[in-house]
Design a binder for this molecule. Structure first.
Ligand SMILES: Nc1nc2c(c(=O)[nH]1)N[C@H]1C(S)=C(S)[C@@H](COP(=O)(O)OP(=O)(O)OC[C@H]3O[C@@H](n4cnc5c(=O)[nH]c(N)nc54)[C@H](O)[C@@H]3O)O[C@H]1N2
Ligand SMILES: Nc1nc2c(c(=O)[nH]1)N[C@H]1C(S)=C(S)[C@@H](COP(=O)(O)OP(=O)(O)OC[C@H]3O[C@@H](n4cnc5c(=O)[nH]c(N)nc54)[C@H](O)[C@@H]3O)O[C@H]1N2
Ligand code: SF4
Ligand SMILES: [Mo]
Length: 717
């Protein structure tokens, strides 16, 4: 019998409410929930693929054990026992940090996994922790930590009330917004113009977002810190700052003024590719708007000066009096308030307390940069990573020089992957522990409601039953942690272990209920269940004074000031004369793991190399030609797409492709394999301040593929 159940899409950060048509326990249809006050019926083409993943024949439905090249099923009891025994053995012999942990992006999209992974990490007791953070938003977290004293104190654009939005390195029309939970972002951006405002995009590509913007300026990859300093220079030089507009204490004005003074627009124009007069106009328009917000995302984070750029975005909002102010950059007041709770418990985050073993890169919030993962596995000595647990991650495709990591994984003593697919990463595991997915679990977005552009909350029960052989991420993480303790591994702390036992028995729902009850809106699961379409908790409100608890906002933290000489040195350095590579996202693709849904990958090839007509002409290339792109790290063969939407000297490949590797079980994706951009990106290139991968602006060469290459280009293993 057909039935409609409400749920929330867990694929990206927009948290769209969905209404799921179900018959005989299977998903028939997924449409937007028109009665969700926050998402108002919005969905994108990916939502329909949630059901495809659930019922995907390739999905792992029982624990699997690898014996050589063969995979066999194994019971949960045997699997947990084996994993615990092998991990404990490595830890006992080589120390706790000899077992690494990598947490991937989908952990953020399940509250059970988010909470479970925090405790699992603690239970494992390793310093070899990694996650997608260091190929993503780490610089923005570092800016939050240094400026506001909490690594999760993200300021989000009050997009619904701003009059002027300056967007750097983000393409919300494809990504649906990031560190800015804003379902239906296209309409929200268009509404800025409808109320007389403007929005401007700064991007090396004329993206889908740029195409509907009032202005777009091409920028040289990796130069956002220069542009932002040029803008700040103008603001100070023309006395456009608004020192009086904040209602919280703020320090560091003079330091910021001094730094900006050294970067007049004329000095940064060539490096950014943006004319000095344009930079001045950008500054004036921004500073003079009554409600303005600058928003930067992954394009400004994953570059050589990612941390400086992330800091300067917030600083620009602050000096123009737009921080914590209507229509500016504000702080969400979510129903589950991790920032306030963490602050009360003294958990604010930390940076650089210890360094990675081989290259000496700084930890952030207890994890090491992903660019160090392979070397920490390959380099012998005390602390070498010999075993690994991955949880919902695919670092072979998502971290720089994935091919090297691929090889390093194949040499580990032992590996466990908690995942739903046997993909490029998890094929190396000795055990794959499969979990529930999507509609099969209840959902409240602990992480993303904390970044929402309106205060909102929605809780939904599981809509369909999971396959009988899988367990929830929470159960698997706690189960593995407890089994590990039982075998003498992990953190040897009886009290902690008892707490883990208690939490496992309590289950995620009760923890969520408690978090809602102590949260600022005093909600509860029962209250949320009475409003299955979700609750609107009103527009964002100023809250920085309360968050800062008497401390001053630091406009110019010394950590960033000390990185300025490195920026200066880069200005003196000659620019690469050849092509540089950037990434891109597409509305129908989600990082590395949804290419096994035929409805998303069929049709036009999603993995092509964008190239400017002049660059194509000088190489005698046209759309459809096969080419080899090569970098310091590797070579991939792909198809050119000539377009003037990319700036000259820049080429772009999407990330998350490259499914041609042997030993995966992805029957659709392997037929739409594409190539991995991260076979070209370089683990030796990173933001030296924060340790974040530098994925933008990788020097590459592009040549027509030779006949012999066309024949021999076997995918990397
Ligand atoms: N060059 C380049 N590289 C990039 C980026 C880029 O822009 N350019 N973007 C970076 C960014 S922002 C990110 S976040 C990372 C993502 O990097 P990762 O998190 O490493 O990779 P994902 O592709 O998200 O892989 C998610 C994995 O989780 C599994 N999975 C999905 N749902 C569930 C679930 O509910 N439970 C469990 N247990 N497993 C699940 C999938 O099968 C897959 O194996 O990639 C980064 N890499
Ligand atoms: N459809 C879809 N949605 C997604 C994802 C997905 O894979 N597919 N991934 C999700 C994840 S994990 C994340 S983190 C978010 C990311 O969300 P966004 O940050 O919006 O991600 P992108 O679309 O990659 O946009 C980054 C932009 O930065 C530009 N850029 C590259 N280098 C530079 C530079 O040096 N300077 C400037 N100014 N711009 C630069 C690129 O051209 C690109 O347009 O998206 C999320 N949503
Ligand atoms: S925009 Fe994001 S949350 Fe909304 S339907 Fe698409 S993938 Fe899901
Ligand atoms: Mo991400």
């Amino acid at each position: 019998m057909a039935d409609t159940r409400l749920h929330t899409c867990m694929l990206c950060e927009a948290v769209c409410g969905v209404a799921v048509g179900i018959e005989d326990g299977r998903v028939l249809s997924i449409r937007g929930d028109d009665d969700d006050p926050f998402s108002r019926g919005h969905i994108c083409p990916k939502a329909a693929a949630i059901g495809d993943v659930s019922s995907d024949p390739d999905r792992i439905r029982e624990p699997m054990r690898r014996v050589g090249d063969r995979w066999e099923t194994i019971s949960w009891e045997a699997a947990l026992s084996e994993a615990a025994e092998r991990l404990a053995a490595v830890q006992k012999e080589h120390g706790r940090s000899a077992v690494g942990l990598y947490l991937g992006n989908p952990n953020v999209h399940s509250y059970g996994a988010t909470l479970g992974a925090i405790y699992f990490g603690k239970a494992l007791g390793t310093r070899a922790r990694f996650s997608a953070t260091s190929v993503d938003q780490l610089p923005q977290m570092l800016a939050a930590l240094e400026m506001f004293g909490h690594q999760l104190a993200f300021s989000v654009p009050d997009v619904d009330r701003t009059e002027h939005m300056l967007i750097l390195g983000a393409n919300p029309l494809a990504s649906n917004g990031s560190l800015m939970t804003a379902p239906g972002i296209k309409k929200r951006l268009e509404a800025i113009r409808a109320r007389g405002g403007r929005f401007i995009v700064i991007d090396p590509r004329r993206t889908e977002t740029a195409q509907i913007a009032d202005e777009h300026h091409f920028i040289r990859p990796g130069s956002d810190a220069f542009l932002l300093l040029g803008i700040l220079h103008t603001i100070f030089a023309e006395s456009l700052e608004r020192t009086w507009r904040q209602n919280y204490p703020m320090e560091g004005w003079d330091d910021l003024r001094r730094v900006a003074a050294a970067f007049p627009p004329e000095r940064v124009a060539a490096r950014t590719g943006i004319a000095a007069e344009t930079i001045r106009t950008l500054a004036r328009d921004f500073a003079k708007a009554e409600h303005a917000v600058c928003y930067g995302r992954i394009g400004v984070c994953t570059q050589e000066f990612g941390a400086l750029a992330a800091w300067l975005v917030v600083a620009l909002n602050a000096v123009t009096g737009n921080l914590d102010r209507e229509g500016g950059a504000m702080f969400t007041t979510p129903a589950v308030d991790i920032v306030s709770l963490g602050s009360k418990l003294g958990q604010r985050g930390h940076f650089g307390v210890w360094k990675s073993r081989v290259r000496g890169l700084p930890e952030f919030g207890g994890e090491l940069p992903a660019v160090t993962m392979a070397e920490e596995m390959e380099t012998p000595g005390k602390g070498q990573i010999r075993a690994l647990v991955t949880v919902a991650g695919n670092p072979v495709l998502s971290t720089p020089n994935g091919a090297r990591l691929d090889r390093a994984l194949s040499k580990l003593d032992y590996m466990v992957s908690i995942d739903i697919y046997r993909n490029e990463t998890t094929r190396h595991a000795n055990l794959i522990l499969p979990t529930t997915f999507g509609l099969e679990r209840d959902h409240y977005d602990v992480a993303l409601y904390g970044l929402a552009v309106r205060n909102a909350a929605r809780y939904v029960e599981a809509a369909i039953a999971p396959p009988p052989g899988v367990r929830s991420d929470w159960d698997v993480l706690f189960g593995l942690a407890l089994a590990l303790y039982g075998k003498g591994g992990g953190k040897r702390d009886r009290k902690f272990n008892l707490m883990m036992r208690g939490l496992k028995a309590l289950g995620p729902k009760r923890v969520l209920d408690a978090l809602l009850r102590i949260g600022p809106h005093r909600l509860s699961l029962a209250k949320l269940k009475k409003a299955p379409h979700g609750i609107d908790l009103g527009p964002l409100e100023p809250r920085l004074a309360r968050l800062m608890r008497g401390h001053s906002v630091k406009l110019a933290p010394s950590l960033f000031l000390e990185d300025i000489p490195r920026l200066e040195a880069a200005l003196a350095r000659p620019e690469p004369s050849g092509l540089v590579l950037i990434g891109r996202r597409h509305l129908r693709s989600n990082n590395s793991w949804m290419h096994n849904s035929l409805r998303l990958v069929k049709g036009k090839d999603g993995c092509t190399l964008f190239m400017h007509p002049e660059d194509a002409k000088s190489r005698g290339l046209k759309t459809g030609d096969r080419v080899v792109a090569g970098s310091q790290r590797g070579r991939v063969e792909t198809t050119v797409e000539v377009t003037d939407a990319i700036s000259r000297g820049v080429v772009s490949l999407p990330h998350g492709w490259g499914h041609g590797r042997r030993g995966t079980a992805l029957s659709v994706a392997s037929r739409h394999a594409g190539v991995s951009i991260n076979d070209l990106t370089d683990e030796a290139e990173f933001d030296a301040l924060s340790g974040t991968a530098s994925l933008s602006g990788v020097p590459v060469t592009v040549e027509r593929a030779a006949e012999k290459e066309l024949l021999t280009a076997a995918p990397a293993e």
